[in-house]
Ligand binder design. Structure first.
Ligand code: ADP
Length: 450
């Protein structure tokens, strides 16, 4: 059995079960038919002997039998014995050789040398002391013959029954397992062809296999998206790194050939410096995001006074206080990682200035709202079109790639979102193109402590 496929194993078990049930049915039929034939014979015996009793009488000490008295009817022999057990009338069947005592009214099975008989005795009293015995007997049904017949029929029917049970169960199991075959075939073809776009594509149904196939299709879909996004990420990251590298290489080659004066060389070195800074910023961002995404960098939560954190941050950032406006009212403390939270606010503030109008302002506020603590960064800049608002959180996504030279690599908001998640919070955005944007960090309130 171990070497067989699951389908064959189930089919074999079902066939064996069907065989067992058929055998049990056979045994049941045998017992029932034995019981029925026995009961029929007994009823026949009792009916005829009792009928004969009504036809029996004694007139002046002589036995008188009515016209309807039958010594032999439907296999039942009736005999009349005297009180002393001498046979008065009737004929004993030749095969009945047993010496059987008389017992009034009791039908019983008596074995003789050649077979079995059912015997019923009835006492016909005459006066106080005299009377005669009526003995009825019938051959007991021969169940051995019946058994033989049934077994003969079973010998013919059983192999055909077992064969059709085997074929039928294998057909049913194969049909039931077909979705599993599709799942296996699809998984194998994905594996061989490295093509995650393939799907099992079963009709949605209520059975376990359809649900399993649906779950696998969803899994393949997620895997495909995740692989695509990984590929995109690698392509974007290498593209972003290649740009400053080619600028540096070009600048070096140009300087070697054409830079003659010290000033020209210093200019080139300054440009190389800027590109190296850009690369190192990009690598730092990539590292930080990967660590956050993979859970390597976990938020080290501690009680943070939001007002203090925002005040010290505004002093570090290179913006005048009339442009970076802190709107702080109540004292709010949250459980947060101060360095991650600072990075989040810094990213949002830098973006707000980067994509703001010249000499525009940026407002930073913190407040308690219901069970949440909200930290908002608002600007009166160019705003973000509604169809772009979901996309800007993706890695390397920039609304207008042409603006990329002045903007970053498109990782800032992806990092912001990861930091929010690392704190058990989330980000929302309200933005009107041409009027400005408000980025809001929602931190769960159960962490917040005043
Ligand atoms: P980048 O490094 O390009 O700034 P981000 O992930 O920080 O990348 O932002 C993604 C894009 O979202 C930006 O390229 C910009 O187009 C848009 N964006 C971000 N912040 C703002 C803002 N305050 N106002 C308008 N557009 C913004």
């Amino acid at each position: 059995m171990k070497g067989l496929s699951v389908k064959l194993r189930i089919a074999v078990w079902l066939t064996l079960l069907a065989g067992l049930l058929a055998s049990l049915l056979l045994v049941f039929l045998l017992s029932i038919s034995r019981l029925v034939s026995m009961r029929t014979a007994m009823n026949q015996l009792s009916g005829i002997v009792r009928e004969n009793l009504t036809q029996t009488g004694m007139v002046n000490g002589r036995l008188e039998l009515g016209d309807d008295f039958r010594f032999y009817q439907n296999g039942v022999s009736t005999l009349i014995y005297s009180k002393n057990k001498a046979l008065l009338a009737g004929q004993l069947p030749i095969s009945f050789t047993a010496e059987e005592e008389f017992q009034n009214g009791l039908t019983r099975e008596v074995s003789t040398g050649t077979g079995k008989y059912l015997v019923l005795d009835l006492w016909f009293p005459v006066g106080w002391e005299n009377g005669v015995w009526l003995r009825g007997m019938i051959e007991a049904p021969d169940n051995r013959q019946l058994t033989r017949n049934l077994l003969n029929v079973a010998m013919v029917i059983m192999p055909a029954f077992m064969a059709s049970a085997a074929l039928g169960s294998y057909w049913i199991v194969r049909k039931a397992f077909r979705p599993l075959d599709s799942i296996t075939a699809t998984a194998a073809s994905i594996n061989e062809a490295h093509d995650l776009s393939r799907r099992i594509g079963l009709q949605p149904g209520q059975d376990e296999f359809s649900r399993l196939a649906g779950t696998f299709d969803q899994l393949f879909q997620r895997l495909e998206l995740s692989f695509e996004s990984e590929e995109q990420f690698t392509a974007d990251a290498s593209h972003e790194l290649r740009t400053p590298v080619s600028i540096i290489k070009g600048a070096c080659e140009y300087a070697e050939k054409y830079d003659e004066t010290l000033e020209e060389r210093q200019e080139t070195i300054a440009m190389i410096h800027r590109q190296a800074d850009r690369m190192s910023e990009l690598i730092a961002q990539l590292l930080s995001m990967t660590r956050l995404e993979q859970g390597i960098e976990l938020a080290q939560l501690e009680r943070v006074n939001l007002n203090e954190l925002l005040c010290s941050l505004s002093e570090e950032l290179p913006y005048e206080s009339h442009r970076l406006i802190l709107e702080l009212q109540e004292e709010i403390s949250v459980m947060a990682d101060p360095s991650l939270l600072s990075r989040l606010v810094r990213n949002l503030v830098e973006n707000a200035f980067k994509y703001g109008v010249p000499d525009g302002c940026v407002w930073v506020s913190a407040c308690q709202s219901g069970s949440e603590v909200l930290l908002q960064v608002r600007d009166n800049g160019i705003g973000i079109a509604p169809d772009q608002q979901d996309k800007i959180w993706q890695r390397f996504y920039r609304v207008d790639a042409a603006r990329g030279s002045e903007g970053g690599a498109g990782l800032g908001l992806a990092i912001v979102r990861q930091i929010a998640r690392a704190h058990g919070g989330y980000m929302t955005l309200e933005s009107i193109p041409g009027k400005g944007s408000t980025f809001t960090l929602h931190l769960p309130g159960d962490r917040e402590l005043i």
